[in-house]
Unconditional design. Structure first.
Length: 193
């Protein structure tokens, strides 16, 4: 089985994440897409994040109606901050019968050489790169690597940062979040301060 790993802090998960995940689950050779909730991305401040399990719960709420999209808390059990190379090694050992592919936006491709042991990731895993408004793919030194695959997918420019700021400023973000996620965020008054 071929699994696409879509990593993120998902703070909060929004419709853009779901559109990309569902597009890949339905229109590529992936059998499933796993939304891997990252407790601590080494490139983000931990104090800006909701509790790990609250973010995990939002991803579960968002994906429960999508049979090909699963929620993963695998990084909760690994040392922090989380490094993708460590997670991939752990998953490959735990599920030797699965083939794991990374899913990332074009914007992340340029920063890939700064990732811990990125050469090991590229050597052992394919990476599916979805488009962003900026043409970062053209600038990447890795775009001709045999394991890098640019995929056709909708261009979605919604950011969790924008959503958090909008909620704080009492703006209506209902169209940007899956309905159950919005209800959970609203009920718990998340991102209001």
């Amino acid at each position: 089985m071929k699994i696409g790993l879509y990593f993120g802090t998902f703070n909060p998960i929004h419709v853009g994440h779901l559109i990309i995940a569902n597009h890949l689950a339905e229109n590529s050779d992936l059998d499933q897409v796993w939304m891997v909730v990252t407790p601590h991305n080494p490139h983000k401040q931990k104090n800006t994040l909701l509790d790990d399990y609250q973010r995990l719960h939002m991803v579960q709420l968002a994906t429960e109606d999508f049979p090909k999209i699963k929620t993963s808390d695998i990084e909760f059990k690994l040392p922090q901050p989380n490094y993708t190379v460590t997670t991939l090694a752990h998953l490959s050992e735990k599920y030797p019968e699965y083939e794991f592919t990374l899913i990332m936006g074009e914007d992340n491709l340029n920063s890939l050489p700064k990732w811990k042991n990125f050469e090991v990731i590229l050597e052992n895993h394919s990476i599916y790169v979805y488009p962003r408004v900026t043409s970062e793919f053209q600038k990447s030194t890795l775009n001709n690597h045999p394991h890098i695959h640019k995929i056709e997918a909708p261009i979605i420019e919604i950011s969790a940062t924008f959503i958090r700021e909008s909620i704080k400023n009492k703006k209506n973000v209902v169209p940007l979040l899956p309905h159950k996620v919005w209800e959970y965020v609203d009920h718990n008054l998340f991102y209001t301060k």
